[in-house]
Design a binder for this molecule. Structure first.
Ligand code: LER
Ligand code: MN
Length: 295
């Protein structure tokens, strides 16, 4: 299991649960003739350097989109190569936060734009050898979209985008969220049953198990991880209060024992609030991974 840390590139998510918000750090990288040109690149470089210095194995990026300005892929590939960091995953939630798009919207045109937005990120991430995440972009039921219709929309989108990710040799991560963020799937085992029943064999969709959401929704997060087994594709490493692991009261030895039992070999990616400061949250996150996980 490898330690990853989240870097947010989306100004509208400045108060979101990400350890590093690149805009805060962009000013720390001098603009040089040969160095990073844009504010996004400068912020990325500063945050990736911190991640490497602190001992993380990888970063998880939350970009404003999949296009070259929002997600400077060639720059990122060189930067990660120089720093010896991996790319754990790339989030797609900016489609919701910035544009109000989601996969279960009553308007077919908006659903299509949501798929296109995610597809661009699946491709950009896939070209860098990383998976994309569908979390907030799953949406929820609403007027004119009952549960059956919403789940049809979700299954169709996961099938299509999962096949797209598979073309890059990548899985697609689907993230159940707590009840305040979606009414589709709040619990991992229900999502696992849905994926097993509804997706075609071509789509390699795996669960993203965010330990913060699981502390709210699961009776026994460790037992849930064991029940989901090889469907567990990615983990958001967060404590009960969405602070760095160790700053809350979750039973992490039990969770880590469960991950070991199912042979999980992916990332433990710190998606937490930058509290009390980004650096302290980052340091606590990497130290907690090292303390709990004998690699
Ligand atoms: C949202 O609460 C979350 O956990 C993110 O990973 C979703 O994109
Ligand atoms: Mn999450």
């Amino acid at each position: 299991m490898r330690a990853a840390v989240t870097i947010c590139l989306v100004p509208e998510a400045a108060h979101g649960p990400f350890v590093f918000h690149a805009a805060e750090f962009a000013a720390r990288e001098p603009r040089t003739l040969t160095g990073p040109a844009s504010a996004v690149e400068r912020g990325l470089e500063a945050c990736c350097r911190l991640a490497a210095d602190l001992g993380f194995d990888a970063v998880e990026i939350f970009p404003a989109g999949g296009g070259p300005e929002a997600f400077p892929a060639a720059f990122l590939r060189d930067l990660l190569g120089d720093l010896g960091l991996g790319l754990a995953a790339v989030g797609t939630g900016a489609g919701w936060i910035r544009h109000g798009l989601h996969l279960c919207h009553a308007d077919a045109g908006i659903r299509a734009r949501a798929r296109d937005f995610i597809a661009e990120i699946v491709d950009a991430a896939g070209r860098l050898g990383a998976p994309a995440i569908i979390g907030s972009m799953q949406g929820r039921t609403g007027e004119g979209v009952d549960r059956a219709a919403a789940l049809d929309h979700l299954a169709g989108a996961l099938d299509e985008l999962g096949a797209r990710a598979a073309a890059h040799g990548q899985p697609l991560f689907y993230e159940p969220l707590n009840r305040y963020e979606t009414d589709l799937f709040n619990r991992q085992e229900e999502a696992a049953a849905f994926l097993r029943a509804r997706l075609s064999s071509g789509a390699t969709v795996r669960l993203l198990c965010d330990l913060f959401h699981m502390q709210i929704e699961e009776a026994d997060p460790a037992a849930t991880l064991v029940a989901c087994g090889d469907l567990v594709g990615h983990v958001h490493w967060a404590d009960s209060n969405r602070r760095a692991v160790g700053f809350g009261h979750a039973d992490m030895p039990g969770v880590v024992a469960a991950l070991r039992r199912i042979g999980y070999r992916g990332h433990l990616s710190a998606e937490v609030f930058p509290l009390p400061t980004p650096l302290e949250a980052a340091r606590q996150s990497v130290e907690s991974v090292r303390a709990h996980v004998v690699v």
